[in-house]
Design a protein around this ligand. Structure first.
Ligand SMILES: Cc1cc2nc3c(=O)[nH]c(=O)nc-3n(C[C@H](O)[C@H](O)[C@H](O)COP(=O)(O)OP(=O)(O)OC[C@H]3O[C@@H](n4cnc5c(N)ncnc54)[C@H](O)[C@@H]3O)c2cc1C
Length: 210
């Protein structure tokens, strides 16, 4: 019987592993096939406290994992395939294996909704980004494009005007889905420009940030 099972090994899972292992709960972390989570796919992380010069995403995740292992976290490098939380002890399945536990911390993260166009994956973290807050500062005084017409697109576009010289929103329809207030904010921002009725088909480039 486990005291705590942590599902996922991104920043959230590894933080949970560090705290629970230091609390002598001997956590079992089922890290998943994408060990280290989303930051494994990025280059420089500039907003993690304690690294004033930035740190590469995979290096940061390795340090977090080493720290969790040091205090006794045990790791299974597979995906959880099924859970049963209908009664205690909870059951967590990894294929045919079943683990019983008093508590579960789910830290399976989130995935960006991608466009699925050519060039998008190849240039991810190298000019293509799914997170303005994370990557905006890399694009000071550059011209940026946002694809989408919902609240998130408006929010990210407005945020990016802090850094970019110009932000162009490309939207596949003539009207935005965003709330009126967000639309107004974006439309009143002189740095934001618009391309309507247009579907993006391809991302071009050759590792611009390298
Ligand atoms: C390219 C890129 C750059 C980024 N840059 C920054 C940045 O500079 N600064 C910043 O603050 N944020 C950045 N982010 C955002 C940051 O990566 C996320 O906010 C963060 O990773 C979320 O952490 P998490 O632990 O919640 O989940 P994730 O990192 O998404 O980790 C999810 C974990 O769950 C596991 N998992 C999923 N399903 C299962 C399953 N069934 N069984 C077992 N395990 C499972 C996966 O294997 C993975 O280990 C960036 C994101 C991307 C994609």
């Amino acid at each position: 019987m486990e005291k705590v099972i942590i599902i996922g090994s991104g920043p959230a899972g590894l933080t949970a592993a560090l705290y629970t292992s230091r609390a002598l709960l001997s956590p079992l972390m089922i890290e998943g096939y994408e060990a280290g989570g989303q930051l494994m796919t990025t280059t420089e992380v500039e907003n993690f406290p304690g690294f004033p010069d930035g740190i590469m995403g995979p290096d940061l995740m390795k340090k977090c994992k080493d720290q969790a292992l040091k205090f006794g976290t045990r790791v299974i490098s597979k995906n959880v395939t099924k859970v049963d939380f209908s009664s205690t002890p909870y059951k967590v399945y990894v294929g045919e294996e079943v683990y019983e536990t008093q508590s579960v911390i789910i830290s399976t993260g989130a995935k960006a909704k991608l466009l699925g166009i050519e060039g998008e994956s190849r240039l991810m973290g190298r000019g293509v980004s799914t997170c303005a807050t994370c990557d905006g500062a890399f694009f000071r005084d550059q011209e940026l494009v946002i694809v989408g017409g919902g609240d998130t697109a408006m929010e990210e576009a407005i945020f990016l005007t802090r850094f970019a010289s110009k932000v162009t929103v490309i939207h596949r329809r003539k009207e935005l889905k965003a709330s009126q207030i967000m639309q107004e904010k974006a439309k009143n921002n002189p740095k934001i420009h618009w391309i309507w009725d247009t579907v993006v088909e391809q991302a071009h480039g050759e590792n611009e940030l390298e």
